[in-house]
Design a protein. Structure first.
Lengths: 286, 286
DNA sequence: ATGTCTTTGTGAACGCGTGCACAAAGATTG
DNA sequence: CAATCTTTGTGCACGCGTTCACAAAGACAT
């Protein structure tokens, strides 16, 4: 792409924005549903509605893949299914391993959607010797000791980590050393990996916290709309002087007790101490 | 990373960009870890490293909350934990219900991280009569018939949907009608909800597909770098002519069979027919 | 063939998020 | 008290992603 005049649309060679890639699976799902109903073609408008996105965005997304539509008609469902599948690499088989067979790991192992799209669970791995050999989802759990061997023998390049947070980093290092270059991380930790390795994380706790934020905000606006008395309300937390701060904030239920910085600290910390966060109870991300 | 969003027209009410809100839980986790080690203060540099973000970004994020740092020193850990918790609304109790107690639902019910941050599982709900009364995570599963009653009696405003895709939309409607205004959706469907309701979705299948895309791309580049013969390589997906493309990619096994558009269609469609996608085998999103 | 109607593909404007770079603020030392 | 050093808070520029709006392309009817 750098050599002199490699004249070409150049645009879409290596293009395909991340945001677009992230939506392709969404389109694919909607298209698959249409395909099952034997719908021959769809307009960008219809498909966009089914995928829950803007039609212009969808068209632009598809434009990165090439011109697969027919003006005045729409897109050929089957053909598009094929093209997107190919673009995503779903036309080939991807063996994956799941490390950490706790509650979540087991649920993932039983996950039907895995095999549905070219992903094949090649092995289930756990550090607990008691788990070894035990069948989960019709497949015997193997011990961590054999991790490297399993990876190389099966040509695994994608690993799923569902271990407690404390073990995640080490597991990722072993996976990578063994040849894995893509990781789906369910453990509540920031994995540091070398360049060239892709990591995506799924974090339930974070999603819930984000919802809580919006929920609180909604409650605040509601309160503000109702009793429009206190102007400041949840206003900008001016930590300025002494202990003022947005005290009178009627936002939530937040009583007085939870408002002064230096004092409340102890309580806050204490309340969290026992909490499962550092290593998670073998269930899921925290 | 977990996906999902439901953008609001304009969050003009009180700054705090969505992107920042999404990172606050990350900071909170890192801070909590520091707190447990009794570290009194952290610099933006250290905290940023622990959270896996850019330090300038972190400082800017915090600036939206107010000026909680001390120049030349850093941030007071405990104080910051408190402020972020308050901002996220974690100082209050959030009762949540989990609908759909399959493999995943059960794993979520057992999830320790729930209660760790102010979230309390108020009830487990499932449509299967056989599940009713059955204890999961030390709590009896209740039948869908009582959904509305459960929601209102417990003042639930956050619902978690872990049902098969086919039931998700209807469940969401009942939850919303009963008073829920925030939903965490694990079902592989696009939920259409009225304004004012927040939906975040976690979709394992999509994450894996995104990884597969990058994995394929890496394989393509690798092949291109090695045998620099065919210039085009993984370039623009010219479905047209022959069967070039990054075939020789060592990684996978993509044979020739999976390359022609009009022909492969049938196979692709067929392979998917029986696949669990339309309604998911009571395990997880597809 | 010609005209009309539908729908794609995309140029261009806009807004958000990111990261740099630096002045201001405060701690610390002599 | 002055000098120096550390770290925050933020103005600014850049790039990505989203959205609008419309010309071009093709189907379809006459």
């Amino acid at each position: 792409m750098a050599t002199g005049r490699t004249h070409r649309p150049a645009t879409r060679s290596r293009g395909i924005p991340e945001a677009t890639v992230a939506r392709l699976p969404l389109y694919l799902r909607a298209l698959t549903a249409l395909s099952e109903r034997s719908v021959p073609t769809v307009s960008s408008e219809e498909l966009a509605a089914a995928a829950g996105v803007n039609s212009a965005k969808l068209r632009k997304d598809f434009s990165y893949l090439g011109s697969y539509g027919t003006r005045g008609v729409g897109y050929d469902v089957e053909y598009l299914v094929y093209q997107i599948s190919r673009e995503l690499g779903l036309t080939q088989d991807w063996p994956v391993v799941i490390v950490g067979i706790g509650n979540l790991g087991a649920a993932l192992a039983n996950y039907g959607g895995f095999s549905a799209r070219g992903f094949r669970v090649a092995a289930l791995i756990d550090a607990d010797p008691a788990m070894a050999g035990k069948p989960v989802a019709g497949m015997p759990v193997q011990h961590t000791d054999d991790l490297e061997k399993i990876i190389s023998e099966n040509g695994v390049s994608i690993g799923v980590i569902a271990t407690p947070a404390g073990a995640a980093q080490q597991v990722s290092e072993r996976l990578i050393a063994a040849g894995v270059t893509s990781i789906l991380n369910f453990a509540p930790t920031v994995l540091s990996v070398p360049d060239g390795v892709d990591v995506r994380k799924v974090d339930l706790s974070i999603e819930l916290q984000i919802l809580a934020f919006h929920e609180q905000r909604k409650a605040g606006e509601e309160a503000a709309a109702a009793g429009s008395a206190d102007a400041d309300a949840d206003g900008a937390p001016d930590a300025g002087a002494g202990a003022p701060d947005g005290a009178g904030a009627g936002t939530g239920a937040a009583p007085a007790a939870a408002l002064m910085p230096p004092a409340g600290r102890a309580a806050a910390a204490a309340a969290r101490k026992g909490g499962p966060d550092g290593d998670v109870p073998a269930v899921m991300p925290a």
